[in-house]
Design a protein around this ligand. Structure first.
Ligand SMILES: [Fe+2]
Length: 410
């Protein structure tokens, strides 16, 4: 038997990247038709008597009114904070916390997509630290005190994964970038996914958010963190997205396709919660922070070019993704199989009618250097399987703007 000291030396000599893998907890979840009606009983079971509801513009759709009725029926009072905007801002988190602290609230309920959920996570974090500025939590594991109240996350979009993750992404509005906050204290207490709420999205939003879910799964699979226990849900999500996203975005009455997309977005969220992401998300964070661009659309635009950039770094995992997408890759090398997968993603994006590029989202030439630096600063870049230089980040913004860019051999 090899001596332990020799074995240890061998491991050190191999200079393993990220030798220790972490699986991060995701919340208890309830998924299925009618899940939203559980909110009242679940809130009551968590001891909530007065809930603070955090949402975007959903008041008037009937969803918030119904939810307040469900809570009331379970004996839970509630008030609504609905000043949250897409790409939620730091000042919205602090305003939400101020309103929360002015009442006698003992629980948080977020209703909406990633913006509502992430803002609510921020409010809970600030509340746990007696009003400390949300900006102090930028980065990983910055919380020093436990949360004071529970958070029920009622998700309404089939893309975000925020209800299943410990990430919160908040715009830093002085310097116009997105802060990534990665902290177990951001994990909701309970996630609820009801397909009937997802069905309220229109087809375009369903397409953009579905491509966000695909990006979560692809980046988690390709990530240099190599958290293999997170591959299962990611691969399953890829298969479901290829099977159902076209139909669910074009026919909002197809209950089966919509339900499968709900499961896919949730599974992809579970996958990236531990395996991390890559520069598709770094670029989306830069564009969302600087130009308020829609997150899902940014990812839909960036995914194909970044996959081509990353393919050489992990062709074996791109082969797994091709197989998960039911592409016949028998007899092909891993690299060729990966190319087939990327072509299929490009085809899917075209069929969804997504033809915009980063210029259409507001990208300006004079901002390119700042945007490239923003990618290098973003926490998601750490997971990208291919090393990214400042020059390559700059080129990638141009490539995703429709320019003919050659990255050379890497
Ligand atoms: Fe995302």
């Amino acid at each position: 038997m090899a001596h332990f000291a020799d074995k240890k030396r061998t491991l050190q000599d191999q200079r393993l990247e990220y030798p220790l893998k972490m699986m991060h907890a995701y919340p208890r979840g309830i998924t299925g038709w009618g899940a939203h009606t559980m909110t009242g009983e679940e809130a009551k079971n968590l001891g909530i008597k007065n809930a603070f509801i955090v949402t975007t513009g959903l008041r008037g759709t009937g969803i918030i009114e119904e939810l307040q009725g469900i809570l009331k029926h379970a004996g839970v009072e509630s008030s609504v904070y609905d000043n949250v905007t897409g790409n939620p801002k730091d000042h919205e988190v602090m305003e939400g916390y101020k309103k929360l602290s002015e009442g006698e609230y003992d629980g948080l309920v977020s209703v909406g997509g990633g913006s509502s959920t992430d803002c609510c996570k921020g409010i809970r974090l600030v509340d746990g630290h007696d009003g400390e500025n949300i900006r102090t939590f930028e980065g990983a594991f910055k919380a020093t005190k436990p949360n004071k109240i529970p958070h029920l996350a009622l998700n309404t979009t089939s893309g975000t994964g925020a209800e299943a993750s410990c990430f919160s992404i908040i715009n830093q509005t002085d310097e116009l970038y997105k802060m990534a906050i990665f902290d177990p204290n951001c994990t909701p207490t309970l996630s609820l996914n009801d397909p009937i709420l997802h069905q309220c999205m229109n087809g375009d939003i369903a397409a953009y958010t579905g491509m966000d879910a695909l990006t979560h799964a692809v980046e988690a699979l390709a990530s240099r963190l190599k958290v293999q226990a997170a591959y299962g849900p990611g691969l399953w999500a890829i298969g479901q997205i290829f099977d159902n996203l076209r139909e669910s975005s074009s026919n909002r009455n197809n209950d089966q396709a919509i339900e499968q997309m709900v499961w896919a977005e949730y599974a992809a969220g579970v996958s990236f919660n531990s395996a991390g992401l890559g520069i598709v998300h770094s670029m989306a964070h830069v564009l969302g922070g600087r130009y308020d661009s829609p997150h899902g659309l940014c990812n839909a635009i960036g995914l194909v070019d970044v996959c081509r950039y990353n393919l050489r770094a992990c062709p074996d995992r791109f082969r797994m993704m091709a197989e998960a997408a039911h592409i016949n890759v028998v007899g092909l090398t891993d690299y060729k199989a990966g190319e087939k997968f990327i072509e299929a993603v490009e085809e899917l994006r075209c069929e969804l009618g997504i033809r915009k590029n980063f210029r259409d989202l507001g990208l300006k030439n004079e901002d390119l250097d700042m945007c490239a630096q923003g990618v290098l600063n973003d926490i998601c870049t750490e997971g990208n399987p291919q090393d990214v230089s400042l020059e390559d980040a700059r080129k990638m913004f141009l490539k995703c703007s429709g320019e003919d860019i050659d990255f050379g051999s890497r």
